[in-house]
Design a protein around this ligand. Sequence first.
Ligand code: PRT
Ligand code: MG
Length: 218
Amino acid sequence: MASVTLALSKGRIFEETLPLLDAAGIRPAEDPETSRKLILGTNRADLRLILVRAADVPTYVQYGAADLGVAGRDLLVEQGGQGLYQPLDLGIARCRMVVAVPDGFDYAAAVKQGARLRVATKYIATAREHFAAKGMHVDLIKLYGSMELAPLVGLADAIVDLVDTGGTLKANRLKAVEEILAVSSRLIVNPASLKLKRATLAPLIEALAKASARAAHG
Ligand code: PRT
Ligand code: MG
């Protein structure tokens, strides 16, 4: 049997993928939150997990260093997803990518007046496309995290960021004014791996499809 590597990121992706793996009969040998290992064995001799930063999952799969992985649609849209087969929406780690502004800011009026807004985000390509489609001129500022802070300290007028419960926006007196994308995590597969290791990968993809469908209806 060909041996297969699955790339996951720590935190919500790992936590929400775990029950799907479990339903497919796969259990990691260790808990990544307590182990410092970056390669985890599983109860299956032909399957191992690697732990990488969320934004790096597509890269590992593109280059075939991992045969498959789990990545948010936000990252796949932002990075283009070239050279990746995306057979499955796992329906996990759901959120929305939105434009958000300070509570008191009249976004609709600013748009109407053709104001040139400064927008801070880690999703530069997606944001550029969104505002271009609306015919808006914006200055984009690249950040790597904590986007919610930018409008509070005068770095930007608006942000493009992910929202789940809305708690973070609320705590920072921001409001969502536009939705750009509905986000959930996808299974991504290296196309060459799928050809070469189909006997192992096809049943695994099938099992994960069943598990995620069951989770969606349960
Ligand atoms: O955290 P790290 O810097 O290591 O990397 P990362 O932020 O890229 O990874 P991680 O694990 O936080 O996110 C991985 C993936 O989870 C993302 O690419 C999304 O596809 C998905 N996801 C789902 C989310 C959220 N929900 C989410 N709420 N990613 C981030 N958030 C953040 C959001 O950016 C905001 O700061 O949570 C905050 C908002 O949450 P609420 O509930 O307060 O609205
Ligand atoms: Mg994070």
